[in-house]
Design a protein around this ligand. Sequence first.
Ligand SMILES: Nc1ncnc2c1ncn2[C@@H]1O[C@H](COP(=O)(O)OP(=O)(O)OP(=O)(O)O)[C@@H](O)[C@H]1O
Length: 312
Amino acid sequence: MTNKGAPALPAIEVRGLSKKYGPTGILEDVSLTVSPGEVYALTGPNGAGKTTLMRTMTGLAFPTGGEVRILGRNIHTDGTRARAHMGAVVEAPAKFYPQFTGTENLQIHANLAAMAPGRERITRDRIREVLALLELTRMADRKVSEFSLGQRQRLGVASAILNDPKVLILDEPTSGLDPLGIGLIHRIVTSLATSGCAVVLSTHHLREIATYAHTVGILTAGRMVDTVDLKQRHAAYRFRVDDPVLAAAALEKLPFVKKASTRMPYAIAHLTDVGSVPDTLAHLAKEGIRVYEASPDLFDLYEYYRDRVEQH
Ligand SMILES: Nc1ncnc2c1ncn2[C@@H]1O[C@H](COP(=O)(O)OP(=O)(O)OP(=O)(O)O)[C@@H](O)[C@H]1O
């Protein structure tokens, strides 16, 4: 029997997770699913429980209730196999031996990673490649005690991606990084996701994350209060036209427009596919509507987040 046509197994599945420290509830009934190739950003106020959730997802902390599955395997009862294809940094900055060099520290991680079932040895070339990717070649043979905070942060990401993971979990990977370092981490995460890796990262940088995450989970006081599908939000386009009401009525008729509305001086169209913008423009012109400007109607995650957090 084949499972052709069956939905792909989620790479990460968190179901009804709760966690207490003593009598204090930190997480309550948290669920989330991340598919292969998806970037899931976890955000929320300080103390909301993001680090606790990520520590529990990687098996470093145990839940009071619920479960975590990585590639179908329970991280708490089948940890060795669940972690075989996982990379993670959940301490900031990641812990390294300060008296050893960057390369030596990665070699230690490589040796540990190679002990996972079904995993091959990580070569010296791969270590060099990952150091170059994180722009750490210059620091490769220096002791970690000589690394800056940002360099240690990048070495943490290097160690997490060393074994070419299918699941990557990063707690605030861009904290302490300069603007170019932040861009570098974004590019690396995007490229891993493009090749099928499922990524969960926590962050407070909402406007940046909105440009490349697929999903944003908002955690407040230990509860997942909202999950935002950014793909859906990005398919809105706005057109500055001479008559927005007329334009919205014309846009409504198009098969690839899910919804049209006005926000003066714009007509807003929610498209099924951003590739249909040229056809939309052609249609507006045919209807005699003059278009002065057409641009993505970017979803303001910061505004949305503020509203959602203030409600709780
Ligand atoms: N080992 C622990 N023992 C007791 N309480 C803890 C422990 N670890 C975390 N907490 C508490 O759990 C709550 C959530 O902390 P956590 O670090 O998960 O939040 P966070 O969302 O990651 O915060 P931040 O954005 O500030 O990093 C806090 O109130 C914290 O004091």
